[in-house]
Design a protein around this ligand. Sequence first.
Ligand code: 5GP
Length: 210
Amino acid sequence: MSEATAPPVCFVLSAPSGAGKTTLAHAVLPKLPEIARTVSWTTRNPRRGERDGVDYTFVTQDAFDEHQAAGGFLESAVVHGNSYGTPASEIERIQADGHDALMVIDVQGAEAVRTRLAAAVTIFVLPPSRKVLEDRLGGRDGADPANEETIHQRLGVAAEEIAQFVRYDYLVINDDFDRAVRELEAILIAERCKRRQRTHEASEILESFR
Ligand code: 5GP
Protein backbone atom coordinates (compact mmCIF):
# COMPACT_ATOMS: atom_id res chain seq x y z
CA MET A 1 0.00 0.00 0.00
CA SER A 2 1.50 3.37 -0.97
CA GLU A 3 1.53 6.27 1.47
CA ALA A 4 -1.12 8.10 -0.50
CA THR A 5 -3.56 5.19 -0.21
CA ALA A 6 -6.39 5.81 2.25
CA PRO A 7 -6.40 3.67 5.37
CA PRO A 8 -8.97 0.88 5.09
CA VAL A 9 -12.32 1.59 6.70
CA CYS A 10 -13.32 -0.46 9.74
CA PHE A 11 -17.10 -0.91 9.90
CA VAL A 12 -18.90 -2.10 13.02
CA LEU A 13 -22.40 -3.57 12.79
CA SER A 14 -24.31 -4.16 16.02
CA ALA A 15 -27.83 -5.14 16.99
CA PRO A 16 -29.56 -7.20 19.61
CA SER A 17 -29.70 -10.96 18.96
CA GLY A 18 -32.49 -11.71 16.51
CA ALA A 19 -32.60 -8.23 14.92
CA GLY A 20 -31.17 -9.74 11.75
CA LYS A 21 -27.71 -8.21 11.50
CA THR A 22 -25.98 -11.42 10.43
CA THR A 23 -28.60 -12.08 7.74
CA LEU A 24 -28.25 -8.48 6.58
CA ALA A 25 -24.47 -8.75 6.42
CA HIS A 26 -24.77 -12.00 4.45
CA ALA A 27 -27.12 -10.30 1.98
CA VAL A 28 -24.94 -7.23 1.46
CA LEU A 29 -21.38 -8.52 1.51
CA PRO A 30 -21.53 -10.57 -1.72
CA LYS A 31 -22.38 -7.30 -3.52
CA LEU A 32 -19.34 -5.53 -2.08
CA PRO A 33 -16.27 -7.74 -2.60
CA GLU A 34 -13.98 -4.98 -1.31
CA ILE A 35 -15.43 -5.38 2.18
CA ALA A 36 -14.67 -8.53 4.19
CA ARG A 37 -16.20 -9.69 7.46
CA THR A 38 -13.91 -10.46 10.37
CA VAL A 39 -14.26 -14.00 11.72
CA SER A 40 -14.66 -13.82 15.50
CA TRP A 41 -13.59 -16.36 18.06
CA THR A 42 -16.27 -17.70 20.35
CA THR A 43 -16.55 -20.23 23.15
CA ARG A 44 -20.20 -21.04 22.36
CA ASN A 45 -21.19 -24.25 20.60
CA PRO A 46 -21.78 -24.11 16.84
CA ARG A 47 -25.42 -23.83 15.75
CA ARG A 48 -26.72 -26.11 13.04
CA GLY A 49 -25.15 -25.17 9.70
CA GLU A 50 -22.38 -22.99 11.15
CA ARG A 51 -18.88 -23.73 9.90
CA ASP A 52 -15.72 -23.44 11.97
CA GLY A 53 -13.40 -20.78 10.58
CA VAL A 54 -16.16 -19.31 8.40
CA ASP A 55 -19.01 -18.20 10.68
CA TYR A 56 -16.85 -18.23 13.80
CA THR A 57 -13.69 -19.85 15.00
CA PHE A 58 -15.03 -22.11 17.75
CA VAL A 59 -12.56 -22.42 20.62
CA THR A 60 -12.38 -23.64 24.21
CA GLN A 61 -12.46 -21.15 27.08
CA ASP A 62 -8.80 -21.95 27.80
CA ALA A 63 -7.74 -21.16 24.24
CA PHE A 64 -9.78 -17.96 24.34
CA ASP A 65 -8.30 -16.85 27.67
CA GLU A 66 -4.79 -17.60 26.48
CA HIS A 67 -5.27 -15.53 23.31
CA GLN A 68 -6.71 -12.70 25.36
CA ALA A 69 -3.83 -12.75 27.85
CA ALA A 70 -1.43 -12.53 24.91
CA GLY A 71 -3.22 -9.37 23.71
CA GLY A 72 -4.52 -11.14 20.61
CA PHE A 73 -7.96 -9.50 20.48
CA LEU A 74 -8.81 -6.05 19.15
CA GLU A 75 -11.88 -6.31 21.39
CA SER A 76 -13.69 -9.01 23.31
CA ALA A 77 -16.83 -9.38 25.40
CA VAL A 78 -18.97 -11.88 27.24
CA VAL A 79 -22.38 -12.10 25.57
CA HIS A 80 -25.15 -14.37 26.90
CA GLY A 81 -22.56 -16.18 29.02
CA ASN A 82 -20.12 -16.95 26.19
CA SER A 83 -16.88 -15.23 25.24
CA TYR A 84 -16.53 -13.53 21.86
CA GLY A 85 -13.61 -11.62 20.42
CA THR A 86 -12.28 -10.10 17.22
CA PRO A 87 -8.67 -11.25 16.72
CA ALA A 88 -6.42 -8.35 15.77
CA SER A 89 -4.97 -10.68 13.12
CA GLU A 90 -8.34 -10.65 11.32
CA ILE A 91 -8.14 -6.90 10.73
CA GLU A 92 -4.52 -7.28 9.60
CA ARG A 93 -5.46 -10.11 7.20
CA ILE A 94 -8.26 -8.08 5.62
CA GLN A 95 -6.19 -4.90 5.39
CA ALA A 96 -3.26 -6.81 3.87
CA ASP A 97 -5.68 -7.87 1.10
CA GLY A 98 -6.45 -4.17 0.53
CA HIS A 99 -10.04 -4.57 1.76
CA ASP A 100 -12.19 -2.80 4.32
CA ALA A 101 -13.24 -4.77 7.40
CA LEU A 102 -16.76 -5.34 8.74
CA MET A 103 -17.10 -6.49 12.35
CA VAL A 104 -20.50 -7.89 13.35
CA ILE A 105 -20.20 -7.51 17.11
CA ASP A 106 -22.17 -6.55 20.21
CA VAL A 107 -22.47 -3.11 21.81
CA GLN A 108 -19.65 -3.73 24.33
CA GLY A 109 -17.30 -4.70 21.51
CA ALA A 110 -18.37 -1.65 19.50
CA GLU A 111 -17.50 0.61 22.42
CA ALA A 112 -14.04 -0.97 22.70
CA VAL A 113 -13.47 -0.52 18.96
CA ARG A 114 -14.47 3.17 19.20
CA THR A 115 -11.79 3.65 21.83
CA ARG A 116 -9.10 1.92 19.80
CA LEU A 117 -10.07 2.95 16.28
CA ALA A 118 -11.53 6.44 16.39
CA ALA A 119 -12.24 6.42 12.65
CA ALA A 120 -14.39 3.28 12.82
CA VAL A 121 -17.82 3.67 11.22
CA THR A 122 -20.55 2.24 13.42
CA ILE A 123 -23.99 1.04 12.32
CA PHE A 124 -26.85 -0.14 14.54
CA VAL A 125 -29.67 -2.38 13.36
CA LEU A 126 -32.97 -1.96 15.21
CA PRO A 127 -35.80 -4.48 15.07
CA PRO A 128 -39.12 -2.79 14.26
CA SER A 129 -40.64 -3.70 17.64
CA ARG A 130 -40.23 -5.85 20.74
CA LYS A 131 -42.93 -8.20 19.48
CA VAL A 132 -41.12 -8.82 16.20
CA LEU A 133 -37.86 -9.47 18.05
CA GLU A 134 -39.61 -11.92 20.37
CA ASP A 135 -41.09 -13.80 17.39
CA ARG A 136 -37.73 -13.92 15.63
CA LEU A 137 -35.94 -15.23 18.72
CA GLY A 138 -38.59 -17.94 19.13
CA GLY A 139 -38.09 -19.11 15.57
CA ARG A 140 -34.31 -19.43 15.81
CA ASP A 141 -32.99 -22.96 15.39
CA GLY A 142 -29.79 -24.54 16.57
CA ALA A 143 -28.15 -26.89 19.00
CA ASP A 144 -29.73 -25.01 21.86
CA PRO A 145 -33.43 -24.53 21.00
CA ALA A 146 -34.59 -21.15 22.19
CA ASN A 147 -36.76 -21.85 25.21
CA GLU A 148 -38.97 -19.37 27.07
CA GLU A 149 -36.26 -18.52 29.55
CA THR A 150 -33.59 -17.93 26.90
CA ILE A 151 -35.96 -15.70 24.95
CA HIS A 152 -36.87 -13.76 28.07
CA GLN A 153 -33.19 -13.34 28.95
CA ARG A 154 -32.28 -12.23 25.42
CA LEU A 155 -35.13 -9.70 25.36
CA GLY A 156 -33.83 -8.20 28.60
CA VAL A 157 -30.32 -7.88 27.14
CA ALA A 158 -31.84 -6.50 23.92
CA ALA A 159 -33.54 -3.68 25.81
CA GLU A 160 -30.19 -2.63 27.31
CA GLU A 161 -28.41 -2.92 23.96
CA ILE A 162 -31.06 -0.91 22.11
CA ALA A 163 -30.51 1.98 24.52
CA GLN A 164 -26.95 2.19 23.10
CA PHE A 165 -28.07 3.07 19.58
CA VAL A 166 -27.36 6.77 20.22
CA ARG A 167 -23.63 5.92 20.25
CA TYR A 168 -23.72 4.78 16.61
CA ASP A 169 -23.14 6.76 13.41
CA TYR A 170 -25.95 5.10 11.44
CA LEU A 171 -29.25 3.45 12.18
CA VAL A 172 -30.94 0.80 10.03
CA ILE A 173 -34.45 -0.35 10.99
CA ASN A 174 -34.94 -3.94 9.92
CA ASP A 175 -38.66 -3.83 9.20
CA ASP A 176 -38.70 -4.36 5.46
CA PHE A 177 -35.71 -6.63 4.81
CA ASP A 178 -35.03 -5.47 1.23
CA ARG A 179 -35.06 -1.86 2.32
CA ALA A 180 -32.71 -2.62 5.22
CA VAL A 181 -30.34 -4.34 2.76
CA ARG A 182 -30.42 -1.27 0.48
CA GLU A 183 -29.78 1.07 3.40
CA LEU A 184 -26.86 -0.93 4.74
CA GLU A 185 -25.36 -1.18 1.26
CA ALA A 186 -25.80 2.58 0.77
CA ILE A 187 -24.01 3.34 4.05
CA LEU A 188 -21.07 1.10 3.20
CA ILE A 189 -20.76 2.52 -0.31
CA ALA A 190 -21.12 6.16 0.81
CA GLU A 191 -18.38 5.76 3.41
CA ARG A 192 -16.08 4.29 0.78
CA CYS A 193 -16.77 7.32 -1.46
CA LYS A 194 -15.68 9.87 1.15
CA ARG A 195 -13.05 12.22 -0.18
CA ARG A 196 -10.39 11.08 2.27
CA GLN A 197 -10.89 7.51 1.07
CA ARG A 198 -10.44 8.58 -2.52
CA THR A 199 -7.46 10.90 -2.31
CA HIS A 200 -5.20 8.30 -3.87
CA GLU A 201 -7.47 7.69 -6.87
CA ALA A 202 -8.02 11.44 -7.25
CA SER A 203 -4.29 12.18 -7.31
CA GLU A 204 -3.82 9.62 -10.08
CA ILE A 205 -6.55 11.32 -12.12
CA LEU A 206 -5.07 14.77 -11.43
CA GLU A 207 -1.67 13.44 -12.49
CA SER A 208 -3.12 12.50 -15.89
CA PHE A 209 -4.06 16.17 -16.42
CA ARG A 210 -0.48 17.34 -16.00
P1 5GP B 1 -24.48 -15.25 18.38
O1 5GP B 1 -24.01 -16.23 19.42
O2 5GP B 1 -25.98 -15.14 18.37
O3 5GP B 1 -23.88 -15.53 17.03
O4 5GP B 1 -23.92 -13.81 18.81
C1 5GP B 1 -24.27 -13.27 20.05
C2 5GP B 1 -23.79 -11.82 20.08
O5 5GP B 1 -22.36 -11.76 20.09
C3 5GP B 1 -24.23 -11.01 18.87
O6 5GP B 1 -24.64 -9.74 19.31
C4 5GP B 1 -22.96 -10.92 18.05
O7 5GP B 1 -22.93 -9.79 17.23
C5 5GP B 1 -21.94 -10.82 19.13
N1 5GP B 1 -20.58 -11.11 18.67
C6 5GP B 1 -20.21 -11.98 17.70
N2 5GP B 1 -18.88 -11.94 17.54
C7 5GP B 1 -18.41 -11.01 18.40
C8 5GP B 1 -17.12 -10.49 18.69
O8 5GP B 1 -16.10 -10.87 18.12
N3 5GP B 1 -17.04 -9.53 19.63
C9 5GP B 1 -18.14 -9.07 20.31
N4 5GP B 1 -17.94 -8.10 21.20
N5 5GP B 1 -19.37 -9.53 20.06
C10 5GP B 1 -19.51 -10.49 19.12
